[in-house]
Design a protein around this ligand. Structure first.
Ligand code: SAM
Length: 163
């Protein structure tokens, strides 16, 4: 069961504090086949439809070196989400869980992340598989998939700290 912006039985909304400016910049735009939240996948899959990520200037130079990674972590702003629920009922069955125990798009800061398979890079356009967001979703960041990224900088002392 998919929600648009309704509150379900048992869910709890709060009066959120006024938004402060974290200084986020939308660095691009994601194009996907999905024009309604009711059609999007719950989570992207790496054999899913081809999607494109357009990176805006002045950030295009920041793509240098990205093609060596097979998978990328893509962060995006789930711009149609409400942001005030602390307990939610994903199945709309009166069973609720805390927002931070879910990967719901409805969160105080509606940041979505997916591990996407990089298919191609042509100029400022990345073609990927593995996204689950609406067509037109604003792009926040792209990073190499942490599970394959090896730090390039020299180790520093904290790297060796353990409990
Ligand atoms: N993979 C991301 C994650 O785990 O952080 C997002 C998962 S979230 C469950 C995916 C759902 O968010 C989609 O099924 C759709 O209902 C909703 N969604 C997608 N794009 C959105 C957008 N731009 N604004 C609000 N909701 C969106």
């Amino acid at each position: 069961m998919v929600r648009l912006n309704e509150i379900r039985d048992g869910e709890v909304a709060v009066e959120p504090p006024e938004a402060t400016d974290a200084g986020l910049v939308f660095i691009g735009r994601i194009s996907t086949p999905w024009t309604s939240r009711l059609e999007c996948p719950r989570q992207g899959r790496q054999d899913g439809p081809l999607c494109t990520i357009e990176v805006f200037e002045p950030w295009v130079a920041a793509l240098d070196g990205i093609s060596k990674y097979e998978t990328l972590e893509v962060l995006y702003w789930l711009h149609e989400s409400r942001r005030d629920l602390v307990r939610q009922s994903p199945a709309n069955d009166r069973t609720v869980r805390g927002t931070f125990a879910l990967r719901t798009p409805v969160r105080p800061n509606p940041i979505g992340t997916s591990i996407a398979r990089l298919v191609s890079v042509e100029g400022n356009i990345l073609t990927v598989q593995g996204l689950d967001c609406l067509d037109g979703t604003p792009l926040l960041d792209i990073k190499p998939d942490r599970s394959i990224f090896v730090p390039i900088a020299l180790p520093q002392s904290g790297d060796f700290d353990t409990a």
